[in-house]
Design a protein around this ligand. Structure first.
Ligand code: ZN
Length: 191
């Protein structure tokens, strides 16, 4: 389904609700809408205080932990599992404005997936030296950790900020990525 189609379906099904007291609910989970500029400012502050590498790692960890909580609540409510849960998480992120997200490969046995984002909101002035969508890969890692019941990690192997056509992410079990990708990517998490 298209991103707009998904949004229309959610509104029609009453899955997006706003009360007179400003309580916004998406699948009965409280939601707030923040402008991307605010999130960008928060992430820039992390890098200003902790440095590029540690700040990026924190952005990843924050998104991973937050997404675990969100996906745990929503998936439990809906009873989705496996591929359906992954597709649902991707659809919700697309509707949320994180770019057009497509799960391009998915293997529940091996616990391996690849995901593409077209139109990622993360940008830098000029051309970045490394992939920069740390918050997005954190969201994928957190979601997959809950869906597969195992600690998962995510790295970005292509990024529009470095001049690639789209952003591409690889999800694997925690630890498995570390050796493979250490040369290409900033550290995954503090450990
Ligand atoms: Zn990217």
């Amino acid at each position: 389904m298209t991103t707009l189609g998904t949004l229309a379906r959610l509104i029609a099904a009453g899955q997006i609700k706003l009360s007179e007291k400003g309580d916004l609910r998406l699948f009965d989970e409280r939601a707030v809408i923040i402008y991307f500029t605010i999130l960008e400012g928060m992430l820039d502050s992390l890098r200003d205080v902790f440095g590029e590498e540690e700040g990026s790692r924190l952005a990843y960890s924050i998104a991973k932990e937050g997404s675990k909580r969100y996906i745990r609540n929503v998936i439990t409510k809906l009873g989705y599992k496996g591929e359906k849960a992954i597709d649902f998480a991707g659809d919700m992120a697309s509707v949320g404005g994180w770019g057009k997200i497509t799960v391009t490969s998915f293997n529940s046995q091996k616990k391996h997936a690849t995901i593409v984002i077209e139109g990622s909101p993360f940008r830098v002035e000029g051309i970045a030296k490394h992939p920069i969508c740390h918050f997005s890969r954190g969201m994928f890692a957190g979601s997959a950790s809950v869906i597969w019941g195992e600690d998962m990690d995510c790295v970005e192997v292509h990024c529009s900020a470095v001049g690639d056509e789209f952003c591409e992410f690889v999800l694997e079990r925690h630890g498995e990525l570390r050796g493979k990708m250490a040369r290409k990517q900033l550290p995954l998490e503090g450990s």
